[in-house]
Design a protein around this ligand. Structure first.
Ligand SMILES: *Cc1c(COP(=O)(O)O)cnc(C)c1O
Length: 388
């Protein structure tokens, strides 16, 4: 039996490969395929092994196993994108007549899926204030089936009191699922905190190079796992071996990249504090953050993201001018890659709580691997263009 370390840096070098079974090369091969051959005709319908390419090859299996090692799950279902991991989870576990609670800070397309698609299936969605904590029990109905958490939300970065929410959910047999893309299972361990399902957009830090689309659903509950596997099969989902392989490769360096981006993002956020054009810096690891205490209790790091709110006198056009002046930052969606990105996000905020419409324009940064002085200079250049 291979011995695995319980220390993350070492563990990440050990998981997702098994040299003895791949010609003793360090990394596994990319096994593509649709048809799987059987020795005899009789075996086609009786064999208990895999029968078709949608079930994935050894390459995808190594990724699922690696994620299980990292998340502490008994099983992981891979999905073709982070969004499909979220929608597959909800479709697998909800039925017509059920009530779903979602954090008001969830990823925009998750919100759209709930309010458009699930509504059409007769599933009721209700959004809760991300800072609700144990008071979530007041929103429970007899038909509340699942709570979809995301902490912090990837634009506004509010942190949720996960243990308090889980305690209430467990008392009422309500399933909890979290979109944990922000911590990537590196800076927080949701399953160990009692959450039933941990979802990753592997597209972000695991992929790490803006060239992979992939998602995963990990759980330590057998009954949930078999429902997830059934939904995956019924929906006809599949994951390409190349994507899984790139993700395995990215996972080797993900903690190194995340720690590096974390250090720089905190330093840049500190550096911008008190800047005359900025009314608020949103970064949960700053001591001034309203979420700092929970952050310190539940997380070991923070990664690449932080947001700022500009002086309310600036409008959307001003923000575009600022971002266009920041030529070092890519203007594009997603995050967790090697290149720094920036987006204006007020346009995609669609919130029930927090009074976001009345605040200034919200801008989110994803800090990459560039030199920190270059990044600071470029942000200052953008901010100066506001009043130019
Ligand atoms: C990007 C992202 C997703 C979706 O991942 P895709 O692979 O792009 O579909 C889901 N949740 C969060 C928080 C994300 O940032």
């Amino acid at each position: 039996m291979k011995q695995y370390s319980d220390r993350l840096d070492t563990l990440l070098t050990q998981i997702g490969r098994n040299p003895n079974s791949h010609e003793n090369f360090v990394n596994p091969p990319i096994q593509r395929g649709s048809t799987i051959l059987f020795d005899n005709a009789e075996d086609l319908y009786t064999n208990s092994k895999k029968s078709y390419g949608l079930e994935g090859s050894s390459t995808q299996d190594l990724l699922s196993e690696a994620l299980d090692m990292l998340m502490g799950s008994i099983g992981t279902v891979l999905c073709p994108s982070g969004l499909s991991a979220i929608t597959t989870t909800l479709l697998a576990l909800l039925k017509s007549g059920d009530h779903l609670l979602l954090s008001d800070s969830v990823y925009g397309p998750t919100r759209r899926f709930a309010t458009e698609f699930l509504k059409g299936l007769g599933i009721e969605s209700e959004f809760y204030d991300p800072r609700i904590g144990g008071n979530i029990e007041h929103l429970f109905k007899p038909n509340t089936k699942l709570i979809m958490l995301e902490s912090p939300g990837s634009l506004t970065l509010e942190i949720q009191d996960i243990p308090a929410i889980v305690a209430q959910a467990e008392a009422r047999n309500i399933i909890t699922a979290i979109d944990d893309t922000w911590s990537a299972g590196i800076y927080m361990q949701p399953l160990k905190m009692g959450v039933d399902i941990s979802i990753q957009a592997l597209t972000k830090y695991q992929g790490g190079h803006s060239d992979v689309l992939l998602g995963s659903i990990s759980t330590n509950c057998n009954e949930i796992l078999s429902k997830l596997r059934k939904a995956y099969l019924n929906l006809g989902l599949g994951v390409a071996a190349e994507e899984a392989w790139l993700c395995l490769r990215g996972m080797k360096t993900m903690k190194l990249r995340m720690d590096h981006c974390d250090f720089k993002a905190r330093e840049i956020a500190q550096f911008l504090m008190g800047h005359k054009e900025i009314v608020e810096i949103i970064h949960p690891a700053l001591e001034t953050s309203p979420d700092y205490e929970i952050f310190r209790r539940d997380f070991t790091g923070a990664g690449a993201l932080f947001s700022i709110i500009l002086d309310p006198k600036y409008k959307a056009d001003d923000v575009n001018r600022m971002l266009n002046a920041m030529d070092l930052f890519g203007k594009g969606f997603s995050w967790g890659g090697y290149e720094s990105l920036v987006i204006p996000c007020t346009k995609q905020l669609n919130r029930k709580f927090g009074d976001w419409e009345r605040k200034g324009q919200l801008v989110r940064f994803s800090i990459g691997l560039e030199d920190i002085e270059d990044l600071k200079e470029n942000i200052i250049k953008g901010l100066e263009s506001l009043s130019a």
